[in-house]
Structure formats: C-alpha cells, structure tokens
Design a binder for this molecule. Structure first.
Ligand code: E4P
Length: 218
C-alpha cells in the first residue's frame, strides 16, 4: 500500500518526507494555486521532485487532446518522476493513450464511476484516482466505488493502480486498504491523524509519571 501526500506545500512535503512515510506526491491545479503566489508552477514541481523520490503527479490544464499532450510532454520533461495527470474526459482519455504511448506515466483524475475507471485502464493509465470524499459529500458511496473498481480490474487483469483520492479522514484510508486500493493520497492533516490514538497519549503519560518516581536519567 503506497501513501502519497496530496499537497504542493513544500514544508508539509519535507515534514512527511523526513519521516520517510510517503511514496510520492499528488497535486492538482487548486493545490498549486494555494501555494504558488508569483512562482512558476514548474519550479514548484521541480522542487517537489528534489525532495521526494517517487511519483509526483502534475496536472494538465488544457481541455483539448492536442494541448493536453503538449502540456503533458512539457511536464514530463521536468523530471523523470513526474506523472502527468489528465482529467477523465474524452479528450483526457485520448491524451492518456497518446502520452502513455510515449512511455509517460499517467494519473487519470476526477474519476467518479466504474465505467470511467474501465476506460482509463483501457487508455493505458498508470493510476486511476477515484475521488471518495467528493462522492460521499453528495451522499454517494465513495468506498463502494473503490471496491467495484478493484473487482473489475482484477476480473480482467488491468495493471492500472487504484489511487484512492479525496480522502477526508483516517477511516477512508483504513477502508481503502481493506478493500484493496493500491495507494491512497492524503492531505497532510490526515497523514498525521493516522498516528494518533488517545490510549497512546494516556499510556505514555502514565509510563513517564512512573519513571519520574525513580529520579534517574537514561
Ligand atoms: C487527487 O489527486 C486530488 O488532488 C485530491 O485528492 C482531491 O481532494 P479534495 O476532494 O479534497 O479536493
């Protein structure tokens, strides 16, 4: 199970990378817009790739196949670890086919149905990103979607990796693991929430209080 961090915030990326807890990064245009200011997004992608040794998803912003392919090739040239992200549209699927034909890894994003995930796999996607939280937000069943995609990919031997996205809380991560997602992409807050348990805190307080009674140092 791979864990990606879903952010373009370099401080958060360094913090998680220092703990060697992440296998890669996903970004999207909104996440880049949050941190870019005056900076060229391409610089940010390069910087991320210098910090993390793993797949870094960078998204195209064109809507037509030809421009998506141009943008995708430029993004892929930034660093060997760049994975080009394309939206799950007709043109996005065609761009996925073109770019994956060039040997570029593709993450097909904004997936909300099994039929979309099927087409992404047929188009040669390396990753499919089903958005669990956004489906749950509209009373959908995000986790059911992950399970159904797993079943279809296994039934037909598709190698496309399921990258559970739009994760809102730790149980999304746990359920994704149990249901067989290949990876999850987490906002930094959720990554650190995974480590928390109140019994860990109270247990540690009690151990240290007992230790204090010894009046010694290690
Ligand atoms: C995935 O690649 C997306 O960047 C992300 O998971 C979207 O999450 P959100 O629904 O919290 O914006």
């Amino acid at each position: 199970m791979k864990i990606f961090l879903d952010t373009a915030d370099l401080d958060e990326i360094r913090r998680a990378n220092d703990a060697a807890l992440i296998d890669g990064i996903t970004t999207n245009p909104s996440l880049i817009a949050k941190v870019a200011g005056d900076r060229d997004p391409k610089e940010i992608y390069r910087e991320i790739a210098e910090i993390v040794d793993g797949p870094i998803s960078a998204e195209v912003v064109a809507l037509d196949r030809e421009t998506m392919v141009e943008e995708g090739r430029k993004l892929a040239e930034l660093h060997d670890n760049i994975v080009v992200k394309v939206p799950l549209t007709e043109d996005g699927l065609k761009a996925c086919r073109d770019l994956s034909g060039d040997g570029i890894d593709i993450n097909v994003t904004l997936c909300f149905s099994v039929s979309q995930a099927l087409l992404a796999a047929k188009a040669g996607a390396t990753f499919i990103s089903p958005f669990i939280g956004r489906l749950d937000d509209i009373s959908g069943e995000g986790m059911q979607l992950i399970g159904q995609i797993r079943q279809v990919y296994d039934n037909y031997g598709f190698a496309t990796q399921i990258l559970a996205a739009s994760i809102r809380h730790p149980m999304h991560v746990v359920e994704s693991m149990l249901i067989g997602a290949d990876s999850c992409t987490l906002p930094p807050k959720v990554l650190w929430q995974l480590s928390k348990h109140p019994l860990t805190d109270t247990g540690l307080d009690a151990f240290l209080a007992d230790w204090e009674t010894l009046d010694v140092e290690l």
